[in-house]
Design a protein around this ligand. Structure first.
Ligand code: SF4
Length: 304
């Protein structure tokens, strides 16, 4: 299923390793405060959220980006323990859109005035990179900014898509704890994933990353490490999802993540990464608390 020798080496693995090191040994003096803020509830949590809103205002990011997302394939070669799209799920009905189907959707979405487009899929190696080129071109000619969320691809694929006009690439690390990562994403390589983010940025993409809060085996200290890592990486978009057990995944019986911890993580993304243009989505994994994400510093919402 997972083939390690398939054009995935970027030459930035050593740099990726040193950026990752920040999660384990960076900003030691900041850690107790971050731990306390992740655990904040009641009045302390309200103060944290207010600080995040103030930060968003100060950096000029008090606006809401509405992005359209076309999930064009649910085929995936990976076997993530938290995901119903894992290759091991034989009960899932799989689909894959072709270029002309996607171009048609783009025309419809564009006519609604949406200017931010995500093209998302599993790690579907049977979907040839070249098939996405006319789709990206169609969206760019309609005045859209294109973000790709297609997992780890070969470095040649990234270049092809950049040349076609895509401007952002999202690759979440999910967690920087090596043991939690290994269990959540068997067969994947954390350092290589970070090296792909660095490579994408070198190619000229704006990069997005993020984590899942509440993964089995993850601690609050791990989340502190994740924050410090993201601060070091400096992505243009940061996100936090709350872990929800998918009934068709290996983690089907695990406990769901705490929404307040996820919201506090979101606030800390806004406060600690404070800089103009930073995008932080309000994810659906927050359930009824999704609306609270805007009070905690989010400024992006998706429609699929
Ligand atoms: S999380 Fe992404 S890479 Fe992992 S199985 Fe699901 S779709 Fe594939």
């Amino acid at each position: 299923m997972f083939d390690p020798v398939d054009g995935l080496n970027t030459g930035l693995e050593e740099l990726a390793s040193s950026v990752l090191q920040s999660a384990y040994s960076g900003s030691i003096s900041l850690r107790p405060k971050l731990r306390e803020q992740l655990n904040a509830r009641g009045e302390k949590q309200a103060i944290l959220a207010r600080t995040a809103r103030d930060t968003r205002e100060k950096t000029g990011d008090n606006y809401l980006v509405v992005r359209a997302s076309i999930e064009f394939s649910n085929y995936c070669r990976q076997i993530c323990s938290y995901c119903g799209m894992a290759a091991t799920n034989s009960t899932l009905q799989r689909y894959r859109l072709n270029s002309s189907q996607m171009c048609k959707i783009i025309q419809e979405v564009s006519s609604l005035g949406v200017t931010d487009l995500h093209l998302a899929s599993g790690e579907d190696r049977s979907f040839k990179a070249v098939e996405l080129v006319p789709v990206i071109a169609e969206a760019v000619s309609a005045g859209m900014e294109v973000t790709l969320v297609n997992g780890q691809r070969s470095i040649g694929d990234y270049a092809l898509w950049k040349d076609a006009g895509a401007s952002r690439y999202i690759l979440k690390v999910e967690t920087t704890n090596p043991e939690v990562f290994k269990d959540a994403k068997p067969g994947a390589d954390l350092t290589q994933r970070v090296s792909h983010l660095l490579y994408l940025r070198e190619l000229g993409f704006k990069i997005g990353s993020g984590v899942i809060s509440g993964l089995p085996g993850q601690t609050v200290d791990d989340l502190v490490g994740d924050l410090i890592f993201l601060k070091e990486l400096k992505p243009d978009m940061n996100s936090v999802s709350r872990f929800l057990p998918n009934s068709q995944s290996r983690y089907a019986n695990a406990s769901e993540g705490d929404p307040d911890t996820a919201l506090n993580f979101l606030s800390l993304l806004r406060i600690e990464m404070s800089r103009p243009g930073l995008r932080i989505p309000a994810g659906t994994s927050l359930g009824r608390r999704q609306i609270d994400a805007f009070d905690h510093g989010a400024n992006v919402v998706s429609c699929t």
